[in-house]
Design a protein around this ligand. Structure first.
Ligand code: ASP
Length: 582
């Protein structure tokens, strides 16, 4: 006999009179003066069992032992519920199963938390993840994740992409994050790195003549964990030979639209808007702006050149936000604190109260044309940043994001996708006082900007692009360098001597010398994408077995110390401070 012939959540009025065998977990048991009701749950939903001692005394005896999360098998007749017992909230709410045979298949010890309990401590949920996974939310999220991934795979294959596998154990490459290192027993003292992404390998695949590569690739990065970050995560990883930027962007748009369609959601209109990095930084102060609300940064640099207000007159640039709320003094103090956290020296403001009166310590210094330009609707506040372009962008961008959330400005019915294109090639690293790459060192330079690599690195524009959804960065990509001479110049600009470049990336430089086609690609973070699809603010809610912020896995207790002989085999010895942490 098979364990079941129907899903508990599949019972409907049309089945009345049939015999059903169900198997699943006890979600709830209720005793009602002789009758026992059990909500039986499986992957299809919940159905109600009724055990009547008069109909089946054996089943009734068994039912008395039953507790939540026992696994049962029940056989009985599907009957219509009495009209007053119909539950319109449940798809199975019109019927129930009158049980004839009941078997306890598996028992459960008392539960550390009830599945329908709210706000259960996350560590406890993760410690008993197998229970947590039975909850509706986790069932929904992980199934949604599976649906999205298979829709992406289908669409990529329809578009002619071939699924490739790349190694996890690779040579450490600088990609922006810290590597996880793997010691090697066969060569003590030497290490592999876990791949931060398949970047170099996917380039080698297209150089190797495979013109459309894709993979749902696992990547590892030793970074601090956050709501949108785990040590290991997956990317929809793409590379295309003979690609123009548009070929890559269109491919990703296809994958996004396919995911929406698979979930029966209205897909975002294509093409997604494209804006340059310079434009978004000036307008939104962020390279991942949430476009579900306006609140654009405006510029007053020209206007304030000869201002009586010295802070404006002397600043490199003056920019401002017109916020649709007249803030109180206490609120302004709080906003100033936030502005300072983002690097501002202070926060100049003009509050326009409901009657239209201006409240501001700086108004008396401003000329008529200035006041005219800053005039805002009654019930609003103008917030200024007078600083370097980078600091002003950071401060006003930070305030814009904060206020968007605080004042609930985003239109939640919208899905705002955006391509940010034309990123700079380099970023200035203040701490190390040197140029670093803003995407990765294999990113192509905008045609015509090659000379700037040496003459004015900060002005060089790259062929990198990012995909943003509702203020979240979903991923990045670029048209790559396929000329080894340009690649060498980039390495030099990043402070790598030719010898170091050869030592670290000799294999890539050699490949670029042996007939490398122009190529480009992209990688989109699957977990971030699925979390947004599921409406979850934290990717831990869509990952089966995540780590917590400390880096630990509450389920297994990893990471764990290793015995000395194991370490010795790898040629390793712990420093005393690492030992005492055991
Ligand atoms: N490998 C890059 C990353 O993981 C993406 C790309 O350029 O394709 O960010």
């Amino acid at each position: 006999m098979s364990w079941r012939d129907r899903g508990a959540g599949e019972l409907r009025a049309e089945h009345v009179g049939e015999t059903a065998t169900l198997a699943g977990w006890v979600a709830r048991r209720r005793d009602h003066g002789g009758l026992i009701f059990i909500d039986l749950r499986d992957h299809t939903g919940v159905g109600q069992l009724v055990i009547n001692p008069e109909r089946s005394p054996d089943a009734a005896r068994t039912a008395h032992e039953i507790r939540n999360e026992f696994v049962l098998q029940a056989k009985g007749e599907v009957v219509a519920r009495a009209p007053e017992a119909v539950n319109p909230k449940l798809p199975t709410g019109e019927v129930e199963v009158q049980v004839d045979e009941l078997t306890i298949v598996s028992r459960s010890t008392p539960l550390p938390f009830q599945l329908d309990e709210e706000n259960v401590d996350e560590n406890l949920r993760l410690r008993y993840r197998w229970l947590d996974l039975r909850r509706d939310q986790m069932q929904r999220n992980l199934r949604l994740s599976g649906t999205v991934i298979s829709a992406i795979r289908r669409r990529m294959e329809e578009l002619g992409f071939v699924d490739f596998w790349t190694p996890s154990l690779i040579k450490g490459t600088p990609e922006g994050a810290r590597d996880f290192l793997v010691p090697l027993r066969l060569q003590p003292g030497r290490f592999f790195a876990l791949a931060q992404s398949p970047q170099v390998y996917k380039q080698l695949f297209v150089i190797g003549g495979f013109d459309r590569y894709y993979q749902i690739a696992t990547c590892w990065r030793d970074e601090d964990l956050r709501a949108d970050r785990q040590f290991e995560f997956r990317q929809l990883d793409v590379e295309i030979a003979f690609a123009e930027r548009e070929d890559v962007l269109e491919t990703l748009e296809e994958a996004v639209v396919a995911s929406f369609e698979a979930l029966d959601r209205v897909p975002p209109a294509r093409p997604f808007p494209r804006m340059t990095w310079h434009e978004v930084m000036a307008k939104y102060g962020s390279d991942k702006p949430d476009l579900r609300f306006g609140l654009e940064i405006e510029d007053a640099t020209e206007l304030t050149r000869g201002s009586e207000f010295g802070v404006f007159a002397n600043a490199e640039i003056v920019r401002y936000l017109k916020v649709p709320k007249a803030f109180s003094r206490a609120e302004l103090e709080r906003l100033e604190e936030i502005a300072r956290e983002w690097g501002a020296k202070g926060l100049a403001y003009l509050v326009v109260d409901e009657p239209g009166e201006v409240r501001s310590p700086i108004a008396k210094f401003l000329s008529e044309p200035e006041l005219e330009a800053f005039r805002a609707e009654p019930g609003s506040t103008v917030l200024f940043a007078a600083d370097t372009p980078a600091t002003a962008a950071r401060v006003l961008g930070g305030l814009r994001t904060h206020l968007g959330r605080e004042l609930d400005l985003a239109d939640r019915t919208r899905d705002a996708f955006l391509w940010v294109v034309d990123f700079p090639v380099f970023e200035w690293n203040e701490d190390e006082e040197r140029w670093t790459f803003s995407h990765h060192p294999f990113t192509g330079v905008m045609p015509g900007h090659e000379e700037l690599i040496e003459s004015d690195p900060g002005a060089a524009i790259s062929q990198a692009y990012d995909l943003v959804w509702n203020g979240w960065e979903l991923g990045s990509g670029s048209i790559r360098i396929h000329d080894q001479e340009v690649q060498r110049r980039i390495f030099r600009a990043l402070g790598l001597s030719d010898e170091e470049a050869e030592e670290k990336f000799g294999f890539l430089l050699e490949a670029l010398r042996m007939g490398a086609p122009p190529h480009g690609g992209f990688a989109m973070g699957i977990e971030r994408f699925v979390a947004l699809m599921a409406g979850e603010p934290n990717i831990r809610e869509i990952v089966g077995f995540p780590k917590v912020a400390s880096g630990a896995d509450p389920l297994t207790g990893a990471p764990t110390p290793m015995p000395d002989p194991t370490l010795m085999e790898l040629g390793l010895q712990l420093r005393p401070e690492a030992k005492s942490a055991d």
